[in-house]
Write a protein that binds this ligand. Structure first.
Ligand SMILES: NC(=O)c1ccc[n+]([C@@H]2O[C@H](COP(=O)([O-])OP(=O)(O)OC[C@H]3O[C@@H](n4cnc5c(N)ncnc54)[C@H](O)[C@@H]3O)[C@@H](O)[C@H]2O)c1
Length: 417
């Protein structure tokens, strides 16, 4: 294996402290960690983790290592990698290849080095690693037992491949589990996006007009929190049902051509490309803030923004100002990468506890069903989803009711009314 890429080894202690903090706040993963250590489900296996490389991800990687796996880790976005965490993982004996601000070329190199592990299990986020594996590193495919895909965008890519009969290994769709999107996309993005915007701009949210493009799980969570912070929220959508839902939640709905004239802050959360482009930049107010919550930085046409501008400068850390010919400044946060990760620390630990519990148990599911899962997309089994919800409730000291036998019977009967 290639030697680790660690740009700041002196930060290992700081990284360890951060991992220790999240671990204390991830009780579900802790229980899984104990079980994996005891049962050694991954003994003799190799696991590759390619997720935004911050403290919570580091703990997930360590959990696979507890389960007996040899683990390699790389980041899924150059601006979400935390160098202190990389240093801590390397000190802990894992293979790790990542650095904050890596170029696209370096990112690809790091993924290739991580792939040299010859993974049996791939834990992916956005599908870049799976794509590399299925195009340039096909020689590794016979050893891949399966992948688990974290996010909406990666799930769409896996489904597209499966539909075309071009998926080379089974992929478990973490994002489509209820314990994922109900907590992570909705509550996690809802909170951490505004954390990123607030700490980066140090500006007030209340009273601002915030335009959210995409009212899916992420957009909806962001809209609810923005409303709670006192903002006037406008939704732009292409799906009439989502748009009607936003309306019923008391939000204004309009096309981007109108919203672009009045927004103070624009947040994209669609997973689609070029939802904000030249015709919108041309209408925006001076000082407008642009940020993205979608997986890739394709939601803004950044080339058109650069082409329109006559000057670019760093206004503040993580804020790039673009001066247009008529003197207006538009401010882009985190270079258009996911604002909650590039400009903050990502989702809260308790949120990633459920998402990563799904990753860990789905990884175990792939191992336990090796040879039985076909080269297709697979739902996370309901038993895993429900087990995680039960562990979450237990960790919160909450118990719930159970159906009486007669109720159980009633609910599946058509006669007994
Ligand atoms: N920032 C994070 O931490 C984080 C967390 C989870 C998911 N994500 C990413 O965020 C993106 C959205 O995820 P989601 O789970 O909310 O997806 P979703 O499918 O639930 O919602 C996306 C919404 O965008 C709308 N949309 C699509 N194209 C549009 C366009 N051109 N204009 C207006 N609206 C459009 C769709 O109709 C849909 O309602 C994905 O890229 C996903 O990978 C980010």
């Amino acid at each position: 294996m290639q030697e680790n890429i660690v740009s700041a080894p002196e930060l290992a202690e700081q990284g360890k402290q951060k991992i220790e903090w999240v671990k204390r706040n991830m009780p579900i993963l802790q229980q899984i960690d104990d079980d994996f250590r005891e049962q050694q489900y991954f003994r003799g296996l190799r696991v590759l983790v390619c997720i935004h490389l911050e403290a919570k991800t580091a703990y997930l990687a360590q959990v696979f290592a507890s389960g007996g796996a040899e683990v390699a880790v790389t980041g899924s976005n150059p601006h979400s990698t935390k160098d202190d965490i990389v240093a801590a993982l390397a000190a802990d004996g894992l293979h790790v290849y990542a650095r904050y601000g890596a170029t696209q070329k370096e990112m690809r190199q790091y993924m290739n080095w991580a792939l040299d592990l010859r993974p049996n299990i791939v834990i992916d986020d956005g599908g870049d690693l799976a794509e590399l594996l299925q195009t340039e590193r096909q020689e590794l495919i016979p050893e891949v037992w399966g992948a688990c895909e974290e996010t909406t965008t990666g799930v769409l890519r896996a489904k597209a491949r499966a539909k075309a009969g071009a998926l080379d290994f089974p992929v478990v769709l973490i994002n489509d589990a209820r314990c994922k999107y109900l907590f992570d996309n909705y509550h996690g993005t809802g909170q951490s996006v505004w954390d990123g915007v607030m700490r980066t701009t140090n500006l007030v949210i209340s009273g601002k007009t915030i335009v959210i493009i995409g009212y899916g799980w992420c957009g909806k969570g962001c809209a609810e929190r923005a409303k709670g912070l006192g903002a006037n929220v406008i939704i732009c959508e292409i799906d009439p049902i989502k748009a009607a839902d936003a309306l019923m939640h008391g939000l204004r709905v309009m096309p981007m051509s109108e919203a672009s004239l009045i927004g103070d802050i624009f947040l994209t959360a669609t997973g689609c490309k070029r939802v904000i482009r030249k015709e919108h930049y041309e209408r925006m107010k001076d000082g407008a803030i642009l940020c993205n919550a979608g997986h890739f930085k394709i939601e803004f046409d950044l080339q058109e923004l650069a082409d329109l501008s006559v000057e670019q400068k760093e206004m503040r850390k993580n804020i790039t100002g673009f001066r247009l010919a008529d003197g207006r400044w538009l401010n882009l946060l985190g270079e258009g990468d996911l604002v909650n990760i590039a400009c903050a620390d990502g989702h809260p630990a308790e949120i990633m506890d459920t998402s990563f519990a799904l990753q860990a148990l789905s990884g175990r599911y792939v191992v336990q069903n090796h040879g039985q899962l076909n080269k297709d997309v697979h739902r996370v089994p309901d038993e895993i989803d429900e087990e995680i919800a039960r562990l979450k409730l237990k960790g919160s000291g909450v118990s719930i009711d159970e159906l009486l036998p007669e109720q159980e019977k009633y609910l599946v009967s058509w006669k007994d009314v």
